[in-house]
Design a protein around this ligand. Sequence first.
Ligand SMILES: Nc1nc2c(ncn2[C@@H]2O[C@H](COP(=O)(O)OP(=O)(O)OP(=O)(O)O)[C@@H](O)[C@H]2O)c(=O)[nH]1
Ligand SMILES: [Mg+2]
Length: 335
Amino acid sequence: MTEDNFVDYVKVFVRSGNGGAGSSHLRREKFVAKGGPDGGDGGNGGNIIFKTDKNLWTLFHFKFKKHFKAEHGKNGGKSRSSGANGNDEYIKIPIGSVIKDTDSGEVLFESIEHGEEFNAVPGGKGGLGNWHFKSSTNQTPKYSQPGVEGTEKKLTIELKVLADVGFVGFPNSGKSTLLSVLTDAKPKIGDYEFTTLKPNLGIVKYKDYNTFVISDIPGIIKGASKGKGLGHHFLRHIERNSILVFLVSCESKNIDRKFNILLDELKKYDSQLLDKEKILAVTKCDLIDKEKIDDIKSNYKLDFMNIDVHFVSSVTQMGLKTLKDSMWKKLNISL
Ligand SMILES: Nc1nc2c(ncn2[C@@H]2O[C@H](COP(=O)(O)OP(=O)(O)OP(=O)(O)O)[C@@H](O)[C@H]2O)c(=O)[nH]1
Ligand SMILES: [Mg+2]
């Protein structure tokens, strides 16, 4: 998936169908002296229905269509014939979409499973035909109800990536490179900060038949939770990850401190993120020798947090097998 195709935020305009009007028809037949009221009911307007589809991965399809209208209900007819209901308008969304009312910000729906439906805007009800209003005092009512108008809404759709494992790290820490060696993904890699501007997803094949999904998000820096760098906009993508892998480059002077900054930024965004299973990967270890690795090991003070620490290199593949084992094990604990 190229970055340009990764659309994770859209605003759409939707309108449900108007209800059809009830009919105020009076029966007129040759041999019936006083034909009674026989106007049928109007049909209901079509609904705006969102449907979750596991074959969609992004909101890219909204790039070209942002206005959706459901069909109006048909008017009622004579002989109590009801007007047809308007067709519903179905809008497909990927799993992990959150639909909000744009004006109030209220969350209306979160899509979790394939096939789920959400009626975001019900169609207007059809009006009743005149025969409903017949009474002892009014045998031939000419009154029938008009249909209720459809409703217009502005909705915002946000996509939270539903990957099993989320990569979290400073810019340039090697997240995208690691994604590219562990999975089939081909993200952009660069020797500069903020190479990744949109999340990337990749699928890991584990021991013959198992698979899991990793998401790589843009780098996080101190102050990200206050909007620094690319800000915290992307942190919502890791809300749904089962486990988090933190990446810190072995070139960092103080690995614990860097790790703690990352934890702190996450905590400021949403403290629940820290309840997830965590792994620390010290990256680019091909750049240092074994002595330096031992030195780092004896200096860091992470043991008390019960964190699995892995020394890895995407270049030499060092530590990647045990990192995969650890991700798989933690995924299966947290499921
Ligand atoms: N020597 C060495 N270099 C690496 C390794 N992994 C990544 N790099 C280099 O580090 C730089 C940054 O790599 P990226 O994978 O783009 O880093 P990132 O964390 O995705 O960066 P952002 O997208 O900017 O947040 C690139 O020049 C990579 O070639 C590694 O294992 N060893
Ligand atoms: Mg990157």
